[in-house]
Design a protein around this ligand. Sequence first.
Ligand SMILES: Nc1ncnc2c1ncn2[C@@H]1O[C@H](COP(=O)(O)OP(=O)(O)OP(=O)(O)O)[C@@H](O)[C@H]1O
Length: 278
Amino acid sequence: MSAEVIGDGGAVRAEAPILEVEGLSVATRDGSALVHDVSFSLAPGERLSLIGESGSGKSLTSFALTGLLPEGLSSSGSVVLDGVQVVGARERDLVPLRGRVASTVFQEPMTALDPLMRLGRQVAEPLRLHLGLRGDALRSAVLEALAEVGLPEPERIARAYSWEISGGQRQRVAIAAALACRPRLLIADEPTTALDVTVQAEVLALIERLVAERGMALLFVSHDLAVVSRMAQRALVLRDGRVIEEGPVQTLLRAPQAPYTAELVRSARELDAALEVR
Ligand SMILES: Nc1ncnc2c1ncn2[C@@H]1O[C@H](COP(=O)(O)OP(=O)(O)OP(=O)(O)O)[C@@H](O)[C@H]1O
């Protein structure tokens, strides 16, 4: 829950959360739970991270937020996104939210982008669907979206296919498509894990800049604590589909309470030290 102090004589205005998750669980058809009873809320402009090892339920939690769970899995509990209940909603009620209120950027841009469609058309789709843009207005909005993510020669990129550009450029195009309609929440699921280290830093800087410039809320999913400490203010630690600890990122790193969090911090430090020695 967020309460913002406004500068006019100390009046306090409670700002409605952009996302409120209460008792979210994700289960398979045969009833085995993969995510258990996850709760958190995210205020406009806030940056929150989901951390945990591979298989801890980070991706399933983030997919459930916009109703994008894989076939065969279902969610229960409550996910209220910009005032709309996502759990149990019809697909046609979720389409207006995706890309417009909340957008997701995935780990592997190659799977997010269609190899058979020119990149410009892929950035154009959300602009056409949500903002109703057509013709010249659509064309210039696409080029602007590509330029805003730091892509050189947006005209060339718009005409290209995903397999004709580098991995880092692909992720920039995926970010351009995700953010073209100026959503209020960006869900970034390990957005740099598949990229080379130098490119990772550039894409993180891009996300940081866009989030700050647009005042977007950010849900940043990662197993990398160093990256999380850069990108988020607060974090939830997931293990086996459950939240085992949460708090400000700096507190989690300096004084982890759960033994599991302490272990994650210790191994991150060891890795860091090993890299420095080299
Ligand atoms: N479609 C599915 N059907 C059945 N089980 C699944 C499915 N997708 C994921 N799982 C299982 O759910 C658990 C959580 O998976 P999830 O992908 O959310 O983990 P994660 O923390 O995001 O890991 P990673 O970083 O490797 O993606 C894992 O045990 C995984 O094997």
